[in-house]
Design a protein around this ligand. Structure first.
Ligand SMILES: NC(=O)c1ccc[n+]([C@@H]2O[C@H](COP(=O)([O-])OP(=O)(O)OC[C@H]3O[C@@H](n4cnc5c(N)ncnc54)[C@H](OP(=O)(O)O)[C@@H]3O)[C@@H](O)[C@H]2O)c1
Length: 297
C-alpha cells in the first residue's frame, strides 16, 4: 500500500487517479471531510482526515505502508518539522521507498520553503531509506492563466524581465506515478523536473495569445494584489505569515532568474514535456466553457 499526503491538492488531484488506474492500493491524508469523500468516491481504500503531523498520526499513517509520496501542503507553518518527523517515522515503520516531492533548487536558501525542503532532503539522504527526490519547477496552473484568458493581461508579481522554468503537473504526476510503481528503478535518484524554455512574463503571454487568438499584455502586480488572487479580498497585514512568504517570493524571483533544464524530465517521460503553450491549449477550453479555474486548495 502507498501513502499519499496532500492527496487532494494540485498534485494529488492528478496523481491519485493515475495510481488507482495503475492498480495501486492507497492510503491518503487530507484535512477536510469533503476531500476525504471525493477520494473515497474515486476508489481510495483508506483516507485519514487529520492534521498530518503529530507523532501518533504519523505512526498510524505509516503502519504497513510500502511506499510514501510525501508532499507538504502549500505554506504549512511547520514544514521543516513535519518533513523531518515523517522521514524518522518512515525509518521506524521500515518503509521500502520514500518519495519526496521537493522543489527546483532547494539549495536556494533565499526562500523559506526551499530551506525547509533542503533540510528534509539532507535528512532523507542520510536516513538509510531507499529514496527518490522530485524537484519540480514552478507549477503551471490554470488559475494563474485566468487573467490572461479573461482580460488579455498576464499578471506576474515579480520583475517581468526575469526568466522562470515551469512545469505541467500532469508531467510531474506521470513521473511520480512511475517512480512509485517502479520504485527500485528510481532508488537514490534526485530528479529536476522542468519543461523546456526559460520564460519571461511576455513569453507566457505570447504562448497564451497563440491559444486565445488575441494579443496578451503583461502587467507586474504587487505582492498585495497577488495575495488577493490567492486569498480573496484580504489585507496582508492580517495574515502576516502568508504575507511574509509572498513578499519574499516576489523579492527573490525579482532578484534573479530561476531556471533549470528539461533533460531529465524528457528522459523520464520518453517524450517532450508540455510547454506553456501546450498547457494553455489544454486548459483554455475549460475557461471558454464557463468552468471555474480554481486553484486546488
Ligand atoms: N506552487 C508551485 O509552483 C510549487 C513548485 C514546486 C514545489 N511546490 C511545493 O509543492 C507543495 C505543494 O504541492 P501542492 O500544491 O500539490 O499541494 P497543495 O495543493 O497545497 O495541497 C493541498 C492538500 O493538502 C491537504 N492539507 C492541507 N493542509 C493540511 C494539513 N495541515 N494536514 C493534512 N493535510 C493538509 C489539503 O487537504 P484538503 O483537501 O482537505 O484541504 C489538500 O488535499 C509545497 O511544498 C510547495 O512548496 C510548489
Amino acid at each position: 500500500m502507498l501513502l499519499i499526503t496532500s492527496a487532494n491538492g494540485n498534485q494529488g488531484k492528478l496523481l491519485v487517479p493515475k495510481l488507482l488506474a495503475a492498480g495501486a492500493s492507497l492510503r491518503c491524508v487530507v484535512r477536510s471531510e469533503s476531500s476525504a469523500e471525493s477520494l473515497r468516491e474515486l476508489g481510495v481504500e483508506q483516507v485519514l482526515v487529520d492534521e498530518l503531523f503529530d507523532e501518533e498520526t504519523l505512526k498510524t499513517a505509516l503502519d504497513g505502508i510500502d511506499g510514501v509520496y510525501y508532499l507538504n501542503p502549500t505554506g504549512h507553518p511547520a514544514e521543516r518539522e513535519v518533513g523531518l518527523a515523517i522521514v524518522e517515522a518512515a525509518v521506524r515503520a521500515n518503509v521500502d521507498h520514500f518519495v519526496f516531492s521537493s522543489v527546483l533548487h532547494s539549495i536556494s536558501t533565499g526562500l523559506f520553503q526551499h530551506q525547509y525542503k533542503r533540510d528534509v532532503e539532507e535528512r532523507l539522504v542520510a536516513s538509510g531509506l531507499k529514496y527518490t527526490i522530485l524537484q519540480p519547477a514552478n507549477y503551471m496552473t490554470a488559475f494563474e492563466l485566468l487573467p490572461a484568458f479573461r482580460d488579455g493581461v498576464y499578471q506576474q508579481a515579480w520583475s517581468l524581465e526575469r526568466r522562470m522554468s515551469m512545469v505541467d503537473l500532469d508531467d510531474v504526476t506521470d513521473v511520480a506515478a512511475e517512480v512509485l510503481t517502479h520504485g527500485a528503478e528510481h532508488w537514490g535518484a534526485t530528479y529536476e523536473l522542468c519543461s523546456a524554455g526559460w520564460l519571461t512574463a511576455q513569453d507566457v503571454a505570447d504562448a497564451v495569445a497563440l491559444v486565445v487568438g488575441d494579443p496578451v499584455a503583461v502587467r507586474e502586480i504587487t505582492p498585495e494584489e497577488w495575495a488577493k488572487m490567492w486569498f480573496g479580498d484580504v489585507d496582508l497585514e492580517l495574515i502576516p505569515d502568508e504575507g511574509r512568504v509572498l513578499r519574499q517570493i516576489c523579492a527573490f524571483y525579482s532578484d534573479h532568474d530561476h531556471v533549470g533544464s528539461p533533460n531529465v524530465l524528457r528522459w523520464l517521460l520518453k517524450r517532450e514535456p508540455s510547454s506553456i503553450e501546450d498547457f494553455a491549449r489544454k486548459v483554455f477550453p475549460a475557461f471558454r466553457d464557463g468552468q471555474v479555474l480554481e486553484r486546488a486548495s
